[in-house]
Design a binder for this molecule. Structure first.
Ligand SMILES: *[C@@H]1O[C@H](CO)[C@@H](O)[C@H](O)[C@H]1NC(C)=O
Ligand SMILES: [Ca+2]
Ligand SMILES: [Ca+2]
Ligand SMILES: [Ca+2]
Ligand SMILES: [Ca+2]
Length: 397
């Protein structure tokens, strides 16, 4: 038969002018049709009856992709013989078609048949590495307008069935910008619309969706993970505007008085706080200090009610980025009976026996920073002694 075909071809070439082969017949068929689906009614379109097809031994002879089509001489039709995948057959070539010749003998006829393969929307847009999110680390100080290139998706179909556009999942911060490059390819980027705020949203989870224009529409999705990096945009904040405490005078050095507390909404070193105190009222300094790490105010000097009854301290909390928050600590000193009254006996006439009774009206004779209950005052052998827990120094004039 091979020999026969070659002979036939040679004959065809020689006798081309004599053949009655009319021009081309064109058919179109969607890709992916089932085997046996009708491509076209060849007999009708060539004006041949079934008997002629049978007696002329009509058949398909050449053509690069002739295997896709089958001539059914009993019905005079051309049918799909095997699966036609437009994307495999033509890739980017459009329109997509294949051609072959149909031959009849006695007399010889040769017909060229071209079948155009129509695209169907059998591919969704696909992102490369779609399992892996596109990730960005963006500072919360990034200015609106900053742009971030995204991956493009690919849709193997053609025309309307190919990739049409991108959609970004609804969010407050980003919008998409689609760019057609010089080579005609489309790329997409994300533009920052308003400042990010790490303290509000430290992570953003977005979706980039690519859609084609087919019916029904197909789409592909990839996740976008945005990690918002911190900027030092918050100062430390004390949880009270005034801290009040009281402390007995003479409290030992090192004794803790009160703990202040500040927080910083930032992260890392932008939220690392150190405390310090400054005197704002009273001349006495270095009486209190603060643990710079834990905010505990403690005694470092001598507290003397007689010198100062109240201290006001400015308390500062500073983060490593240099922002400062302030508060106040008011410390009242509690009086403790630590001073001997200085008693001036204005008149003194005679020695007093050791069993003398309290002097009934001598209060007028005494000046003191304290009121001494007279019941405790005795005059003994020219000295005054206060009973109770204190020995008094006595000045007699
Ligand atoms: C301030 O913070 C400290 C430490 O967390 C806490 O013990 C205290 O109760 C807080 N004060 C107020 C008014 O929230
Ligand atoms: Ca598609
Ligand atoms: Ca397709
Ligand atoms: Ca901060
Ligand atoms: Ca911040």
């Amino acid at each position: 038969t091979c020999f026969f075909i070659i002979c036939t071809l040679i004959m065809l070439l020689l006798c081309r002018a004599l053949t009655i082969a009319s021009g081309q017949i064109r058919y179109s068929v969607p890709e992916e049709m089932k085997k046996g689906s009708v491509i076209g009614n060849v007999a009708h379109d060539l004006g041949l009856d079934l008997e002629r097809l049978r007696s002329g031994r009509a058949r398909i002879v050449t053509g690069e992709n002739a295997q896709y089509a089958e001539l059914k001489t009993d019905k005079g039709i051309l049918a799909v013989n095997e699966r036609i995948d437009r994307e495999e057959l033509c890739r980017d070539l459009t329109p997509c078609s294949f051609s072959f010749e149909m031959i009849l003998e006695n007399p010889i006829e040769l017909h060229r048949i071209t079948v155009q393969v129509l695209d169907i929307n059998d591919h969704a847009p696909v992102f490369p590495n779609k399992e892996k999110p596109i990730s960005f680390e963006i500072s919360e100080s990034a200015a609106p307008g900053a742009s971030f290139a995204l991956q493009s998706a690919e849709d193997l179909d053609e025309g309307q069935n190919a990739l049409q556009r991108y959609i970004l999942s609804p969010n407050d911060y980003f919008e998409l910008k689609q760019v057609t490059n010089q080579d005609g390819s489309k790329s997409v980027k994300m533009l920052l619309q308003k400042p990010l705020d790490r303290e509000q949203h430290a992570h953003l989870h977005l979706k980039l969706i690519a859609v084609d224009g087919g019916t029904p529409q197909k789409s592909g999705t990839v996740n976008i993970d945005v990690t918002v990096l911190d900027a030092n945009d918050n100062e430390p904040n004390f949880n009270q505007s005034v801290y009040k405490a009281s402390v007995p005078e003479n409290t030992a050095k090192g004794t803790s008085i009160i703990k202040v507390h500040a927080t910083d909404a930032d992260s890392g070193s932008n939220a690392l706080i150190t405390y310090s105190v400054f005197n704002i009222k009273g001349s006495v300094s270095n009486v209190f200090n603060i643990d710079e790490n834990n905010g505990l105010i403690y005694v470092t000097g001598h507290i003397d009610y007689e010198k100062q009854t109240k201290y006001e301290l400015r308390v500062e909390a500073k983060d490593r980025g240099g922002l400062t928050g302030i508060s106040k600590a008011v410390i009242d000193v509690i009086d403790v009976n630590d001073n001997a009254p200085i008693i001036h006996v204005m008149s003194f006439s005679s020695a007093v026996s050791e069993d003398a009774l309290p002097v009934p009206h001598s209060s007028t004779l005494l000046t003191s920073r304290r009121i001494i209950p007279l019941e405790f005052l005795y005059l003994l052998s020219g000295h005054m002694i206060l009973t109770g827990d204190k020995m008094l120094e006595l000045h007699i004039y």
